[in-house]
Design a binder for this molecule. Sequence first.
Ligand SMILES: Cc1ncc(COP(=O)(O)O)c(C=O)c1O
Length: 484
Amino acid sequence: MQNTALRDDFVDSVAVASDNRKPDLITVEEAKALDAGTMADLFKEHINPGQFHFMKLLGFHKVKIETAEGMYYVDQDGRKILDFFGGFGSLAHGHNHPRVIAARQRFQDEGRHEIAIAFLSQYATALAKNLAACSPGELDMVFLGSSGSEAMEAAVKVAERASGRKNCKIVHAGNSFHGKTKGVLSITDSDLYQGDFKLVENRIKVPFGDLDALTRVIEADPDIGVVVLETIQGGGGIVSASQSYWKGVRALCDKHNVLWVADEVQCGYGRTGRFYAFEHYGVVPDVTALAKSLGAGKAAVGAMIAKRDVYMKAYGSPKTAMIHAQATFGGIGEASITAIEGLNVLYDEDLIENAAHVGAHLISRLKQLQQKHPKIIKDVRGEGLMVGLEFQDFSKTMPVVLRPMLSLLDEKLKGSLSGFIGAQLLRDYDILVAFTEYNRNVIRLEPPLVCTIENVDTFCDALDDLLSKGIVSIVNGFIKSQAA
Ligand SMILES: Cc1ncc(COP(=O)(O)O)c(C=O)c1O
């Protein structure tokens, strides 16, 4: 009797197992052929309905990108969209760089291995060596991961262990952005992102670029072991600090045996005209992190790079070596060779020099536009091809007649000209720009480093044309596009 019951259970479980039929899956070819309406439905049903709302507001939801090359996306109608957004700095080489594509193709054709956990990897070791070669001073030890957040988690952890403090406290800046995983979320200065999460408590916030404030907190608290700073704040609205600030940070950290972590995830990799932005200031941090363009626009690669003595203090013995050894996908084959080829292309094609040269032209043309449209453009700032364009506070310049119409708009965009301008640059001028997390009045310009003087002129001429229409016309145009 008991045996029969057992057998029945077994039969039931086999019945479940034999039901492992293939669900209704979309194939690769079907995925490529999805139209914008279906993508919108799937995004709302399975990814993020709230985020769709913003895409719709800006008119981005109608665009389906089919291909991309160099400075351009190409949409379903063959329209070429000039990319001044650059994936928040992820596309230094432009879209689908031919040398990067060829390296990946060869790697696949040769049937090479991917996962690098069991054996030594010729690709991961070569990438680590290349990153050390690109990095000044003793920044020689490399942890490979798959995102900026993962690289920054590794950076904060290695510094905390190497600081030798038992109750190590971490200093970070106001308006900082270091990622959204829980550790680095704690030092990302955003009420929205931090929400009600239970965060790491050992952190202290100081204003960015204020050496006196940093000195005061470090001198008052010997438990402070780590200072984490973006060299140029991206999410904060492209904000730099002075050379004397950075020299002071280095001297202060040395004096108090505190480790300085420079987050170069967005500003690094040649974007500002030097491989690392901190190189402009003649200082070297103890730990740094790269991601975004490190994957050459084709792979997810992040890296933490630490001074050798810092790394050895944290993980140097066999006993401590595995505490933060790389995760499953760290140093994976095709991603690593993509990054290796990307670094070679960066130097072979003088992309860092190009960023400095073309970026100077961009900033100078934007400053001319600021003089021409002072009621609209408040500030132009940045370094190389990491440029912020800040608009005047909309609430002061907006004619009274438009206010009731604007109240129809989303809370987030109401006070910001950049939403209207970005939406119309895409709709009427085929140009893509990026917004800024903490300052909605700032448009971020981070085009690929292959950007040319002609690309800059195309962008600036379009912006001039749009701004010449005046604020009322820009806002009206946007409101009409919402009705369409
Ligand atoms: C300065 C900085 N640090 C860290 C990150 C996190 O990178 P990821 O989005 O790849 O996790 C970002 C992303 O925008 C960033 O700009």
